[in-house]
Write a protein that binds this ligand. Structure first.
Ligand code: PGA
Length: 246
């Protein structure tokens, strides 16, 4: 495992919450779970809410992340956002290759590789998402699909995998309420770990909720979770942050 002491709990707000709603959510979260000492909480709001969330979490334990970035640092790329800008707003993390970007926006492994390289260069920690679809799992192709995503995504930068966080997010579990069983998550995490000589940090994502977090985090192989829908509900996300070790 990476020399990270605290488990990561990341909340991906996706395209939810305008700035005022974001401020309300973060303020509620700070009251409910702002002082949990041994958890690294990362809030990943939409770009338009980064300034307000950044301001709200100044001098708190919460960290900030962006949902995506372009591989170039600046230029004629209308509608895109530079990782340099994310950093300037206080982001320490950035999501790269989320399944919604791969499957809805058509992002390729090659583009993901370029983004991961740029993030390394500018000092943002990528949360690099990989995962199989339901069909790929049914066809027993989970290992092949993830191995390929890792190979292409980390082309020329495999040696720097310890500076990246990998998130295993089975596509069939995202936003569906169908969580992978701890067993299924652990199998894939172990398969990923076997592919690297260096220790890697691996999060699980896909319908993580208040009522399954304790069982998931009981698995030593999970270094944390990437939470979507449940991170929009302050009480529920606070309970996830405060998960209990059985
Ligand atoms: P979910 O989303 O928790 O709503 O399944 C996870 C994610 O997309 O990162």
């Amino acid at each position: 495992m990476r020399s990270r002491i605290n488990p990561l709990i990341a909340g991906n707000w996706k395209m939810h919450n305008h700035p005022a709603e974001s401020r309300d959510l973060v303020n509620k979260l700070l009251v409910l779970a702002g002082d949990v000492p041994d958890r690294e909480v990362i809030l990943i709001p939409p770009f338009t809410s980064l300034p307000i969330v950044s301001e709200a979490i100044r001098n708190t334990r919460f960290k900030l992340g962006g949902q995506n970035m372009h591989w170039e640092k600046k230029g004629a790329f209308t509608g895109e956002v530079s990782g340099v800008f994310l950093k300037s707003l206080g982001c320490e993390y950035v999501l790269v290759g989320h399944s919604e970007r791969r499957h809805v926006m058509g992002e390729t492994d090659e583009q993901i590789n370029r983004k991961l390289k740029t993030a390394l260069e500018i000092g943002l920690i990528s949360i690099f998402c990989v995962g199989e679809t339901g069909k790929e799992r049914d066809e027993s192709r989970t290992e092949a699909v993830i191995t390929r995503q890792l190979e292409l995504g980390l082309k020329d930068i495999r040696d720097e995998v310890h500076k990246i966080v990998i998130a295993y997010e089975p596509v069939w579990a995202i936003g569906t309420g169908k969580t992978a069983t701890p067993q299924q998550a652990v199998e894939v995490h172990q398969m990923i770990r076997r592919q690297f000589a260096k220790p890697v940090t691996i999060l699980y994502g896909g319908s993580v909720k208040a009522d399954n977090i304790d069982t998931l985090m009981a698995e030593k192989d999970l270094n944390g979770v990437l939470v979507g829908g449940a991170s929009l509900k302050p009480e529920e996300f606070a309970r996830i942050i405060k998960y209990v070790n059985p």
